[in-house]
Write a protein that binds this ligand. Sequence first.
Ligand code: ADP
Ligand code: MG
Length: 249
Amino acid sequence: MHVVRIERVFKDYLLGDQIVQALSDITLHIERGVFLAIAGPSGSGKTTLLNLIGCIDRPSEGWIYINDQDVTNWPSDRLADLRARSIGFIFQTFNLLPVLTAAENVEYPLLNRRDIARDERRRRVDYFLGMVGLAKYADHRPNQLSGGQRQRVAIARALAIQPDIILADEPTANLDQTTGTEVLRLMRRINKELGTTFIFSTHDQRVMEMSNRLVRIEDGVLWQLGVRSGKQWGTINLQRRGSETETEE
Ligand code: ADP
Ligand code: MG
């Protein structure tokens, strides 16, 4: 079973009187439990693709399936409910609420879940803050935490709903190299321990070392898929690239 299926998806934006084709004929099947990197230069369509997978935005054409359900034409409130139960988000700029403590930030997405009682909320906050190594920082506000710690709070917040999928849009872009690597390692450990599917965008080459699925995108077109088995990568080129001498990011 695929946790996400994207079938022949196009996404156009209207900018003034110009149409920007952000994604063109994307087909992508994502297996449950993978640690998938979407790699491509700035402007290639990574955020657009993540927003479609996260049901934050809708395709101009094509179909999106989450857990084998065709969600393409679901009404907004049904999509909001799907997101609240199944999809966790991690952002480049962390997006923590500055007036809330680390614990309150992690608890926040659970507050509108009536099926989760207060005791269970507290249990999850403790558990996931512990998992990201921040038990001692529960009462700190974001401005009392380093960048790496803030991103770890954001990871705990994404995990709190116990989602099937975590989407992370360039989660290491605002971190120094060492901290970024630590954050990726943490995400990878959680992926292995909990089996949560991680889909993240990056223009960092080093993610190859950690991911087990790779999608390369350029100008809104997928051009390479990679699958790791053991230490070996198998790659499939989907499109001939414009220029053989072009350097990759
Ligand atoms: P990336 O995340 O890889 O940098 P994006 O998905 O943000 O790329 O953008 C892909 C393309 O779509 C770019 O050309 C960008 O300018 C355009 N784009 C993205 N969002 C919008 C929008 N809301 N309106 C118009 N154009 C957009
Ligand atoms: Mg982006």
